[in-house]
Design a protein around this ligand. Sequence first.
Ligand SMILES: CC(C)(COP(=O)(O)OP(=O)(O)OC[C@H]1O[C@@H](n2cnc3c(N)ncnc32)[C@H](O)[C@@H]1OP(=O)(O)O)[C@@H](O)C(=O)NCCC(=O)NCCS
Length: 240
Amino acid sequence: MSRNTSVRILCVQDLLNRGYDRQKLIEELVFVNRETWSALVPERYIWTKRMVSAQLDRCPETTYCAFIDGTLVGSASFICINEQAAHSSTTWESISAHGTFATHDPDGDCAFGLDLSIIPTAQGKGISDQLLQTGFFFSIILRNLKGAFLGARVPGFAKRSQYATIEEHVFGKKGRSRDPEVRKYQSEGFRIVKIVPGYMEDPESLDYGVLMFYPNPFYTRFLPHSLFKKPAYLLRKLFL
Ligand SMILES: CC(C)(COP(=O)(O)OP(=O)(O)OC[C@H]1O[C@@H](n2cnc3c(N)ncnc32)[C@H](O)[C@@H]1OP(=O)(O)O)[C@@H](O)C(=O)NCCC(=O)NCCS
């Protein structure tokens, strides 16, 4: 797979509307999640069919899939949530309601990313950039949300923890993080909000997470975001 491989990003809602088999999609999302995460985190974080089914019931419009030649290789999803609740998030399990996304509030004014997974054989090809651009940035702009939060891993920290504190590692120098994953989100326009100890049991990150925020440059506070639901669907239909 080269960096130029053609990738298709599609919203789950649109896939299901076009007749994509729901059970097949659930199995594929479970597969992608297991392939991506099982070497990184304990089993309780790995998605089951029951969890994915609940996610698709609640968040079909905010779950995106990356396909290469018809094969699902990556996924990204967010819930809507109020800004205050996002700032108070402490663990991935609580913010995601143990992976069921029951915390999704359709009237929430911000997005909170709960998944970004690329299977190892497709990593390093820029697919996550495309998922972020279509699944997050395009979506929050079309929905007129204030912006998008996410809890980043800090996978470079365990190896460097003897030489640097978590603050030194995350904030780095001149605003450029020393962690490759945090730096990647910074390069996409996310800003560091705060370090969250115990965000996820994740040995590479020594269980730290970093709350990050991407502000929607087009946010208009005078218009309710519910007004944008219909145009968002129509614009997705035109562009995706
Ligand atoms: C992190 C992840 C989503 C990135 O997806 P991807 O499509 O492989 O990323 P891209 O090809 O767009 O970008 C790769 C860049 O990110 C950097 N990067 C991101 N995460 C990294 C990590 N965990 N380790 C090392 N480098 C990482 C690389 O250095 C690379 O930088 P470069 O382009 O300057 O060489 C993917 O590696 C993944 O699914 N990892 C496991 C699960 C995970 O950490 N998900 C994110 C949860 S917050």
